[in-house]
Design a binder for this molecule. Structure first.
Ligand SMILES: Cc1ncc(COP(=O)(O)O)c(C=O)c1O
Length: 397
Protein backbone atom coordinates (compact mmCIF):
# COMPACT_ATOMS: atom_id res chain seq x y z
CA UNK A 1 0.00 0.00 0.00
CA UNK A 2 1.77 3.17 -1.10
CA UNK A 3 1.55 6.45 0.81
CA UNK A 4 -0.22 8.02 -2.15
CA UNK A 5 -3.06 5.47 -2.00
CA UNK A 6 -3.37 6.03 1.72
CA UNK A 7 -3.55 9.82 1.44
CA UNK A 8 -6.05 9.82 -1.39
CA UNK A 9 -8.45 7.11 -0.39
CA UNK A 10 -8.42 6.22 3.24
CA UNK A 11 -10.14 7.65 6.30
CA UNK A 12 -8.43 8.59 9.56
CA UNK A 13 -9.84 5.39 11.11
CA UNK A 14 -8.13 3.20 8.54
CA UNK A 15 -4.94 5.29 8.52
CA UNK A 16 -4.67 4.93 12.32
CA UNK A 17 -4.47 1.16 11.83
CA UNK A 18 -2.60 0.79 8.51
CA UNK A 19 -0.74 4.04 7.94
CA UNK A 20 3.03 3.98 7.67
CA UNK A 21 3.58 0.34 8.46
CA UNK A 22 3.95 -1.41 5.11
CA UNK A 23 7.57 -0.51 4.38
CA UNK A 24 8.79 -1.54 7.83
CA UNK A 25 7.48 -5.11 8.01
CA UNK A 26 10.13 -7.80 7.73
CA UNK A 27 9.92 -11.53 6.97
CA UNK A 28 6.13 -11.59 7.02
CA UNK A 29 5.80 -9.85 10.38
CA UNK A 30 2.38 -8.25 10.79
CA UNK A 31 3.67 -5.67 13.27
CA UNK A 32 6.39 -3.06 12.96
CA UNK A 33 9.55 -4.49 14.58
CA UNK A 34 11.50 -2.59 17.23
CA UNK A 35 14.84 -2.02 15.56
CA UNK A 36 17.46 -1.59 18.25
CA UNK A 37 20.53 -0.88 16.18
CA UNK A 38 22.61 2.24 16.71
CA UNK A 39 24.03 2.09 13.18
CA UNK A 40 23.49 0.30 9.83
CA UNK A 41 25.92 -1.86 7.87
CA UNK A 42 26.98 -0.93 4.30
CA UNK A 43 29.57 -3.30 2.78
CA UNK A 44 29.30 -1.27 -0.42
CA UNK A 45 30.75 2.23 0.08
CA UNK A 46 28.92 3.70 -2.92
CA UNK A 47 25.50 2.73 -1.51
CA UNK A 48 26.57 3.92 1.94
CA UNK A 49 27.48 7.30 0.45
CA UNK A 50 24.20 7.49 -1.48
CA UNK A 51 22.20 6.91 1.71
CA UNK A 52 24.39 9.27 3.75
CA UNK A 53 23.92 12.01 1.15
CA UNK A 54 20.16 11.40 0.99
CA UNK A 55 20.29 10.18 -2.64
CA UNK A 56 18.81 6.80 -1.64
CA UNK A 57 16.44 5.78 1.19
CA UNK A 58 18.00 3.99 4.15
CA UNK A 59 19.44 4.55 7.59
CA UNK A 60 22.92 5.48 8.74
CA UNK A 61 22.69 6.09 12.48
CA UNK A 62 19.67 5.93 14.80
CA UNK A 63 20.15 9.42 16.22
CA UNK A 64 19.20 10.54 12.70
CA UNK A 65 16.71 7.95 11.43
CA UNK A 66 15.52 4.52 12.52
CA UNK A 67 13.03 2.12 10.84
CA UNK A 68 10.63 1.89 13.84
CA UNK A 69 10.73 5.63 14.40
CA UNK A 70 10.16 6.24 10.70
CA UNK A 71 7.00 4.09 10.74
CA UNK A 72 5.64 6.23 13.61
CA UNK A 73 6.50 9.42 11.71
CA UNK A 74 4.74 8.18 8.58
CA UNK A 75 1.58 7.19 10.47
CA UNK A 76 1.14 10.60 12.10
CA UNK A 77 2.20 12.39 8.91
CA UNK A 78 -0.60 10.67 6.99
CA UNK A 79 -3.15 11.41 9.72
CA UNK A 80 -2.21 15.10 9.66
CA UNK A 81 -2.24 15.19 5.83
CA UNK A 82 1.38 16.37 5.86
CA UNK A 83 4.18 15.89 3.38
CA UNK A 84 6.90 15.44 5.98
CA UNK A 85 7.34 14.63 9.67
CA UNK A 86 10.14 14.29 12.16
CA UNK A 87 9.92 12.97 15.70
CA UNK A 88 11.47 13.70 19.08
CA UNK A 89 12.08 12.24 22.53
CA UNK A 90 9.14 14.23 23.98
CA UNK A 91 6.61 16.91 23.13
CA UNK A 92 8.84 19.58 24.69
CA UNK A 93 11.75 18.36 22.55
CA UNK A 94 9.50 18.82 19.48
CA UNK A 95 8.53 22.34 20.58
CA UNK A 96 11.99 23.53 21.61
CA UNK A 97 13.78 22.03 18.59
CA UNK A 98 11.16 23.59 16.30
CA UNK A 99 11.46 27.04 17.86
CA UNK A 100 15.24 27.05 18.12
CA UNK A 101 15.63 25.91 14.52
CA UNK A 102 13.21 28.52 13.14
CA UNK A 103 14.31 31.51 15.23
CA UNK A 104 17.55 33.51 15.38
CA UNK A 105 18.72 36.30 17.68
CA UNK A 106 16.82 39.51 16.91
CA UNK A 107 13.72 37.66 15.63
CA UNK A 108 10.26 38.07 17.08
CA UNK A 109 7.68 35.37 17.84
CA UNK A 110 3.99 35.99 18.51
CA UNK A 111 2.02 33.53 20.59
CA UNK A 112 -0.76 33.38 23.16
CA UNK A 113 -0.71 33.59 26.96
CA UNK A 114 -2.40 30.22 27.44
CA UNK A 115 0.17 27.83 26.06
CA UNK A 116 1.24 24.69 27.95
CA UNK A 117 3.46 25.53 30.96
CA UNK A 118 6.67 24.13 29.44
CA UNK A 119 6.09 26.09 26.23
CA UNK A 120 5.43 29.19 28.30
CA UNK A 121 8.79 28.65 30.07
CA UNK A 122 10.51 28.61 26.67
CA UNK A 123 8.79 31.90 25.83
CA UNK A 124 9.52 33.65 29.11
CA UNK A 125 12.87 32.18 30.17
CA UNK A 126 14.84 30.54 27.37
CA UNK A 127 14.08 32.36 24.09
CA UNK A 128 14.71 35.82 25.59
CA UNK A 129 18.21 34.64 26.63
CA UNK A 130 18.99 34.36 22.92
CA UNK A 131 17.65 37.85 22.26
CA UNK A 132 14.46 36.50 20.69
CA UNK A 133 11.55 38.81 21.42
CA UNK A 134 8.35 37.09 22.54
CA UNK A 135 4.96 38.75 22.33
CA UNK A 136 2.25 36.80 24.19
CA UNK A 137 -1.25 37.97 23.34
CA UNK A 138 -4.58 37.47 25.07
CA UNK A 139 -5.56 34.05 23.69
CA UNK A 140 -9.14 34.97 22.87
CA UNK A 141 -8.51 38.47 21.51
CA UNK A 142 -8.06 37.75 17.81
CA UNK A 143 -7.70 41.44 16.90
CA UNK A 144 -4.83 41.76 19.38
CA UNK A 145 -3.10 38.66 17.95
CA UNK A 146 -3.58 39.92 14.37
CA UNK A 147 -2.13 43.33 15.26
CA UNK A 148 0.88 41.76 17.00
CA UNK A 149 1.49 39.50 13.98
CA UNK A 150 1.10 42.37 11.49
CA UNK A 151 3.78 44.32 13.40
CA UNK A 152 6.22 41.72 11.99
CA UNK A 153 7.37 38.35 13.27
CA UNK A 154 9.23 35.24 12.15
CA UNK A 155 6.98 32.66 13.85
CA UNK A 156 3.35 32.58 14.96
CA UNK A 157 2.86 29.85 17.56
CA UNK A 158 -0.63 28.64 18.47
CA UNK A 159 -2.12 26.02 20.76
CA UNK A 160 -5.82 25.16 20.43
CA UNK A 161 -7.60 24.07 22.54
CA UNK A 162 -5.26 25.32 25.24
CA UNK A 163 -4.00 23.53 28.32
CA UNK A 164 -5.62 23.69 30.89
CA UNK A 165 -8.43 26.24 30.31
CA UNK A 166 -9.53 24.89 26.89
CA UNK A 167 -9.56 28.24 25.10
CA UNK A 168 -9.93 28.05 21.34
CA UNK A 169 -8.01 30.07 18.75
CA UNK A 170 -9.28 30.55 15.20
CA UNK A 171 -6.41 28.80 13.43
CA UNK A 172 -7.43 29.75 9.86
CA UNK A 173 -7.80 33.41 10.79
CA UNK A 174 -4.46 33.69 12.60
CA UNK A 175 -2.67 31.56 9.97
CA UNK A 176 -3.90 34.08 7.36
CA UNK A 177 -2.47 36.95 9.43
CA UNK A 178 0.79 35.02 9.84
CA UNK A 179 1.19 34.46 6.13
CA UNK A 180 0.45 38.11 5.32
CA UNK A 181 3.34 38.97 7.66
CA UNK A 182 5.62 36.33 6.07
CA UNK A 183 5.75 34.23 9.25
CA UNK A 184 5.86 30.45 9.75
CA UNK A 185 2.67 29.35 11.50
CA UNK A 186 3.05 26.52 14.02
CA UNK A 187 0.14 24.86 15.87
CA UNK A 188 0.24 22.49 18.86
CA UNK A 189 -2.53 19.95 18.13
CA UNK A 190 -1.96 17.78 21.23
CA UNK A 191 -5.40 18.36 22.76
CA UNK A 192 -7.44 17.97 19.57
CA UNK A 193 -5.50 15.13 17.86
CA UNK A 194 -5.72 14.65 14.07
CA UNK A 195 -9.03 12.87 14.57
CA UNK A 196 -10.69 16.11 15.69
CA UNK A 197 -8.68 18.80 13.94
CA UNK A 198 -6.06 19.21 11.19
CA UNK A 199 -4.24 22.56 11.58
CA UNK A 200 -2.44 22.15 8.23
CA UNK A 201 -5.79 22.01 6.43
CA UNK A 202 -6.71 25.21 8.31
CA UNK A 203 -3.59 26.98 7.01
CA UNK A 204 -0.81 26.25 9.53
CA UNK A 205 2.63 25.41 8.09
CA UNK A 206 3.61 23.04 10.89
CA UNK A 207 1.60 20.98 13.35
CA UNK A 208 3.17 19.46 16.41
CA UNK A 209 2.16 17.03 19.14
CA UNK A 210 3.13 15.73 22.50
CA UNK A 211 2.70 12.10 21.35
CA UNK A 212 2.92 11.19 25.04
CA UNK A 213 -0.75 12.16 25.31
CA UNK A 214 -3.59 11.02 23.04
CA UNK A 215 -1.47 9.65 20.18
CA UNK A 216 0.15 7.01 22.39
CA UNK A 217 -2.94 6.98 24.57
CA UNK A 218 -1.71 4.58 27.27
CA UNK A 219 0.53 6.76 29.42
CA UNK A 220 3.52 4.50 28.84
CA UNK A 221 5.73 6.31 26.33
CA UNK A 222 7.12 9.80 25.87
CA UNK A 223 7.37 11.25 22.39
CA UNK A 224 6.88 14.29 20.20
CA UNK A 225 6.49 15.00 16.51
CA UNK A 226 6.30 17.88 14.07
CA UNK A 227 4.64 17.53 10.63
CA UNK A 228 4.16 19.81 7.66
CA UNK A 229 6.00 21.66 4.93
CA UNK A 230 9.04 19.53 3.87
CA UNK A 231 11.37 22.52 3.76
CA UNK A 232 10.66 23.51 7.37
CA UNK A 233 10.59 19.91 8.59
CA UNK A 234 13.99 19.27 7.00
CA UNK A 235 15.45 22.27 8.79
CA UNK A 236 14.01 21.10 12.13
CA UNK A 237 15.17 17.52 11.47
CA UNK A 238 18.69 18.77 10.80
CA UNK A 239 18.68 20.66 14.11
CA UNK A 240 17.35 17.58 15.96
CA UNK A 241 20.06 15.39 14.39
CA UNK A 242 22.54 17.62 16.16
CA UNK A 243 20.73 18.25 19.46
CA UNK A 244 20.19 14.48 19.60
CA UNK A 245 16.64 14.64 21.00
CA UNK A 246 15.68 11.49 19.05
CA UNK A 247 12.67 9.29 19.76
CA UNK A 248 13.62 5.88 21.18
CA UNK A 249 12.59 2.89 18.98
CA UNK A 250 10.72 1.19 21.85
CA UNK A 251 8.76 4.37 22.52
CA UNK A 252 8.03 4.59 18.77
CA UNK A 253 6.71 1.01 18.86
CA UNK A 254 4.43 1.78 21.82
CA UNK A 255 3.18 4.95 20.12
CA UNK A 256 2.44 3.04 16.89
CA UNK A 257 0.54 0.40 18.83
CA UNK A 258 -1.40 3.06 20.71
CA UNK A 259 -2.26 4.94 17.54
CA UNK A 260 -3.98 1.93 16.03
CA UNK A 261 -6.94 2.64 18.35
CA UNK A 262 -6.68 6.45 18.19
CA UNK A 263 -9.93 6.92 16.26
CA UNK A 264 -11.91 4.65 18.62
CA UNK A 265 -10.49 6.19 21.77
CA UNK A 266 -11.07 9.75 20.59
CA UNK A 267 -14.65 9.01 19.52
CA UNK A 268 -15.42 7.64 22.99
CA UNK A 269 -13.50 10.42 24.76
CA UNK A 270 -15.27 13.15 22.73
CA UNK A 271 -18.68 11.75 23.65
CA UNK A 272 -17.85 11.10 27.28
CA UNK A 273 -16.19 14.50 27.87
CA UNK A 274 -19.22 16.33 26.46
CA UNK A 275 -21.63 14.38 28.68
CA UNK A 276 -19.47 14.95 31.76
CA UNK A 277 -19.01 18.67 30.98
CA UNK A 278 -22.81 19.06 30.68
CA UNK A 279 -23.34 17.19 33.95
CA UNK A 280 -20.71 19.25 35.79
CA UNK A 281 -22.34 22.48 34.55
CA UNK A 282 -25.40 21.72 36.62
CA UNK A 283 -23.53 20.79 39.80
CA UNK A 284 -23.88 23.06 42.86
CA UNK A 285 -20.19 22.80 43.86
CA UNK A 286 -18.92 23.73 40.41
CA UNK A 287 -18.38 27.42 39.60
CA UNK A 288 -17.57 26.96 35.90
CA UNK A 289 -16.77 24.31 33.34
CA UNK A 290 -14.31 24.80 30.48
CA UNK A 291 -15.02 22.62 27.44
CA UNK A 292 -15.22 23.83 23.83
CA UNK A 293 -18.11 21.47 23.09
CA UNK A 294 -20.43 23.35 25.44
CA UNK A 295 -22.71 25.84 23.67
CA UNK A 296 -21.89 28.27 26.50
CA UNK A 297 -18.11 28.13 25.78
CA UNK A 298 -17.08 31.63 24.55
CA UNK A 299 -15.35 30.24 21.44
CA UNK A 300 -17.82 27.42 20.76
CA UNK A 301 -18.61 28.75 17.26
CA UNK A 302 -14.93 28.72 16.27
CA UNK A 303 -14.53 25.24 17.74
CA UNK A 304 -17.57 24.02 15.80
CA UNK A 305 -16.08 25.38 12.58
CA UNK A 306 -12.58 23.99 12.93
CA UNK A 307 -13.04 20.79 14.97
CA UNK A 308 -14.83 17.54 14.22
CA UNK A 309 -15.06 16.67 17.92
CA UNK A 310 -14.10 18.62 21.04
CA UNK A 311 -11.59 16.28 22.63
CA UNK A 312 -11.17 14.31 25.82
CA UNK A 313 -9.99 17.05 28.19
CA UNK A 314 -12.16 19.43 30.19
CA UNK A 315 -11.50 21.49 33.26
CA UNK A 316 -13.74 22.84 35.97
CA UNK A 317 -13.47 25.28 38.81
CA UNK A 318 -14.81 24.51 42.25
CA UNK A 319 -16.69 27.10 44.33
CA UNK A 320 -14.49 26.17 47.28
CA UNK A 321 -11.18 27.08 45.54
CA UNK A 322 -7.92 25.18 46.06
CA UNK A 323 -9.12 23.89 49.45
CA UNK A 324 -12.00 22.12 47.72
CA UNK A 325 -9.63 20.74 45.07
CA UNK A 326 -7.53 19.20 47.86
CA UNK A 327 -10.62 17.64 49.40
CA UNK A 328 -12.19 16.32 46.18
CA UNK A 329 -9.23 14.90 44.25
CA UNK A 330 -8.26 12.20 46.81
CA UNK A 331 -11.87 10.97 46.79
CA UNK A 332 -11.94 10.16 43.08
CA UNK A 333 -11.82 6.38 42.65
CA UNK A 334 -11.77 6.29 38.87
CA UNK A 335 -9.01 8.80 38.15
CA UNK A 336 -5.26 8.77 38.38
CA UNK A 337 -4.03 11.89 40.16
CA UNK A 338 -1.11 12.45 37.82
CA UNK A 339 0.62 15.01 35.60
CA UNK A 340 -0.55 13.50 32.34
CA UNK A 341 -3.56 13.45 30.02
CA UNK A 342 -4.89 11.68 26.95
CA UNK A 343 -4.68 8.16 28.32
CA UNK A 344 -7.22 5.31 28.40
CA UNK A 345 -7.55 5.96 32.15
CA UNK A 346 -9.18 9.12 33.43
CA UNK A 347 -6.56 11.46 34.90
CA UNK A 348 -7.22 14.48 37.11
CA UNK A 349 -5.11 17.17 38.71
CA UNK A 350 -4.75 20.89 39.40
CA UNK A 351 -2.56 23.11 37.14
CA UNK A 352 -0.12 23.62 40.06
CA UNK A 353 0.98 19.98 39.80
CA UNK A 354 0.18 19.26 36.13
CA UNK A 355 0.19 21.60 33.12
CA UNK A 356 1.83 24.52 34.92
CA UNK A 357 4.02 22.77 37.47
CA UNK A 358 7.02 24.65 36.05
CA UNK A 359 5.41 28.01 36.77
CA UNK A 360 5.13 29.93 40.05
CA UNK A 361 1.73 30.76 41.60
CA UNK A 362 2.27 34.38 40.45
CA UNK A 363 2.98 33.26 36.87
CA UNK A 364 -0.16 31.10 36.86
CA UNK A 365 -2.17 34.05 38.14
CA UNK A 366 -0.73 36.30 35.42
CA UNK A 367 -1.78 33.72 32.83
CA UNK A 368 -5.30 33.69 34.28
CA UNK A 369 -5.10 30.07 35.44
CA UNK A 370 -7.27 29.64 38.54
CA UNK A 371 -5.73 27.63 41.42
CA UNK A 372 -9.17 26.12 42.13
CA UNK A 373 -9.21 24.38 38.75
CA UNK A 374 -9.27 20.64 38.16
CA UNK A 375 -8.10 19.41 34.76
CA UNK A 376 -9.99 16.23 33.99
CA UNK A 377 -8.77 14.07 31.11
CA UNK A 378 -11.54 11.63 30.34
CA UNK A 379 -10.48 8.05 29.72
CA UNK A 380 -12.38 5.35 27.88
CA UNK A 381 -14.27 4.07 30.94
CA UNK A 382 -18.06 3.92 31.07
CA UNK A 383 -19.38 7.50 31.08
CA UNK A 384 -22.11 6.92 33.68
CA UNK A 385 -19.61 5.32 36.04
CA UNK A 386 -17.28 8.32 35.70
CA UNK A 387 -20.18 10.66 36.47
CA UNK A 388 -21.12 8.57 39.51
CA UNK A 389 -17.51 8.76 40.69
CA UNK A 390 -17.41 12.55 40.28
CA UNK A 391 -20.74 12.79 42.05
CA UNK A 392 -19.54 10.97 45.16
CA UNK A 393 -16.21 12.88 45.21
CA UNK A 394 -17.84 16.31 44.81
CA UNK A 395 -19.83 15.69 48.02
CA UNK A 396 -16.55 16.55 49.80
CA UNK A 397 -16.17 19.91 48.04
C1 LIG B 1 -0.42 20.90 24.84
C2 LIG B 1 0.89 20.29 25.23
N1 LIG B 1 1.96 20.47 24.45
C3 LIG B 1 3.16 19.95 24.78
C4 LIG B 1 3.35 19.22 25.93
C5 LIG B 1 4.72 18.69 26.28
O1 LIG B 1 4.79 17.33 25.98
P1 LIG B 1 5.80 16.30 26.71
O2 LIG B 1 5.33 16.19 28.11
O3 LIG B 1 5.63 15.05 25.90
O4 LIG B 1 7.15 16.86 26.62
C6 LIG B 1 2.26 19.01 26.77
C7 LIG B 1 2.44 18.23 28.01
O5 LIG B 1 1.56 18.17 28.85
C8 LIG B 1 1.00 19.54 26.41
O6 LIG B 1 -0.09 19.36 27.19
Amino acid sequence: MSDRTLINNLSAATLSVWGGEENSLVQGATQVPVVYSAAYDYPDIETWLDVALDRKPGHIYSRNTNPTVQAFETKIRLLEGAQAATSFASGMAAISNTLFSLLSPGDRIVSVKDSYGGTNKLFLEFLPRFNIRVDLCDTTDHEQIEAAVAAGCKVVYLESPTNPTLKVVDIARIAGAGHRAGAVVVADNTFATPINQNPLALGADLVLHSATKFLGGHGDALGGVVCGDPEWVKRIYHYREITGAALDPMAAFLLIRGMKTLHLRIKQQNESALSIARWLQGHESVASVFYPGLETHPQHDIARRQMRGYGGVLSFMLNGGFGAVKRVLPKLRLARRAANLGSVETIAGPPATTSHVECSAEERQAMGIPEGLIRYSVGIEDTEELIADLSQALKFA
